[in-house]
Design a protein around this ligand. Structure first.
Ligand code: SF4
Ligand code: SF4
Length: 106
């Protein structure tokens, strides 16, 4: 008699992201209200949740320049960053029509 074992399939976030496609807009749909050296990112925000919560790693803290870099091209439009900034410093709109991430169904 054949023996069947449970197949364990693991997907990492990175592997899932690798299945997506993007039509990259030349214009960012995400901006920081204050990106200056006196911004809340540089002066007040100790934990910088944007750099850890965003699943697509859109936000990167650069210690040298004391600023957050926004890699908007990687955005998967999950909407999390509309809520996560404790200083309300992120404006996240939708990409221009036809641009941005492309989800495949099936
Ligand atoms: S969470 Fe908001 S204030 Fe904090 S680093 Fe990110 S954008 Fe700046
Ligand atoms: S919408 Fe989601 S994927 Fe896009 S920047 Fe915000 S948290 Fe990251």
């Amino acid at each position: 008699m054949a023996e069947f074992k449970d197949a364990k399939i693991e997907f990492t976030v990175e592997a899932k992201l690798g299945t997506l496609e993007w039509k990259k807009s030349p214009n960012s749909h995400i901006t920081l209200k204050d990106a200056s050296e006196k911004s809340p990112c540089a002066m007040e925000c100790k934990t910088k949740p944007c750099t850890t919560v965003c699943p697509a790693k859109v936000y990167e803290w650069h210690e040298d320049g004391k600023k957050v870099i926004v890699n908007y091209e990687n955005c998967i439009e999950c909407g999390a960053c509309r809520m996560l900034c404790p200083f309300d410093n992120i404006v996240c709109d939708w990409p221009e029509g036809g641009m941005g991430v492309k989800y495949k169904l099936g």
